[in-house]
Design a protein around this ligand. Structure first.
Ligand code: HMG
Ligand code: MG
Length: 301
């Protein structure tokens, strides 16, 4: 079986994780988490989102989080601290904070697009074009997400075709990579195989990433299938935090600790120190007063 030699881990806990938690954390605690994650060797951290605070109050402090992270003279240039930007207002906030990488987020399902960002898929693409154009002109890089790539909380199973169409549009506007979101974690390796078999006809594997929520316990199996098919960028969330407030029942992403343990077993490089990562997972679980959702985090306590 072929596996990539190394995997880039995109840590989404401070964004995807914390956006869905009932306990609203203060900026200092978010910074403390992000610093622990960076200290564990994670070099790409999605640290917040510039969305409407009415829609996602948990992300309201993102401006302050990025100001503190990026305006410190000790900021390591090798680190990427990225943010979600749904529109021009979000991009302007990101640029004002000195953010260098943003992500736009579309969906493969019309109903989810409406619930999550209050517009159709076509309208979202039109909205993202000027965001991407302005970001690139300002020297930023832009990642694209597609939600509901195999299943939607409102529409059920999703075919690969609409995913392929949205992926083409996001790449054409200048996104350097598309993260494929199994938002509600319903996919199995068979669904991931069918999706990637379709996408890889037109898109190089180094332009795709996998973003697997673990609601049905399939995330690691789905990631393994994606690795076997040539994908080497994987999103994950420390302590398995996360979910999407507009996808009822969606639980967290695959836990970064569990992903790292699997990559270690496969002999795939990733650059993360597992004990330090577990300590970061325990730190945030305590702050949120919740159980650690990483099986590896629990096993190695
Ligand atoms: P809208 O209500 O249609 O927007 O929301 P609007 O342009 O009509 O503005 C309404 C109000 O929001 C105005 O304020 C704007 O100023 C304000 P008011 O005049 O009423 O006082 N506003 C903003 N404020 C701050 N920053 C902004 C901003 N934009 C508008 N950027 C909108 C449209 C897209 C803004 C809204 O639907 C939204 O913020 N949605 C975000 C939802 C979200 O963050 N979901 C979770 C992230 S996606 C996810 O988790 C999936 C992913 O992990 C992958 C996967 O798992 O599949 C990425
Ligand atoms: Mg997500």
């Amino acid at each position: 079986m072929n596996y990539p030699k190394s995997v880039k881990i995109v840590e989404v806990g401070p964004r995807d994780g914390l956006q869905n938690e009932k306990v609203a954390l203060d900026v200092d605690t978010k910074i403390a988490l992000i610093q622990r994650l960076a200290g564990a060797g994670l070099s790409y951290i999605e640290a917040g989102s510039f969305v409407s605070p009415k829609w996602i109050p948990q992300m309201a402090g993102s401006d302050e989080v990025f100001n503190q992270l990026l305006q410190s003279t000790q900021t390591n240039p090798a680190m990427t601290y990225a943010a979600l930007t749904p529109n021009m207002q979000g991009l302007e906030r990101a640029i004002a904070c000195g953010v260098k990488e943003v992500a736009v987020f579309a969906a493969a399902s019309e109903s989810f697009s409406q619930k999550n960002i209050n517009c159709s898929i076509a309208e979202s693409i039109e909205r993202f074009k000027p965001v991407t154009e302005q970001a690139l002109a300002s020297g930023l890089t832009v990642r694209g997400y597609i939600s509901c790539v195999v299943g939607c909380p409102y529409e059920g199973a999703i075919n690969p075709e609409p995913v392929a169409q949205v992926a083409d549009q996001l790449l054409a506007m200048g996104c350097y990579e598309i993260s494929l979101g199994d938002t509600i974690g319903v996919g199995t390796p068979a669904a991931i195989d069918a999706l990637l078999s379709r996408l890889l006809k037109d898109i190089a594997p180094n332009k795709l990433a996998i973003h697997a929520h673990d609601t049905y316990g399939q995330a690691l199996a789905n990631i393994l299938r994606a690795l076997q098919m040539g994908i080497n960028v994987v999103d994950s969330s420390v302590a398995g935090l996360g979910g999407c407030p507009y996808a009822k029942g969606a639980s967290g992403n695959v836990a970064t600790e569990d992903l790292v343990y699997m990559l270690n077993g496969l002999g795939i490089e990733h650059g993360v120190d597992l004990p330090k990562l577990i300590s970061a997972g325990n730190f945030i679980s305590q702050k949120l007063n919740r159980a650690n959702s990483s099986k590896v985090g629990i096993a190695l306590q």
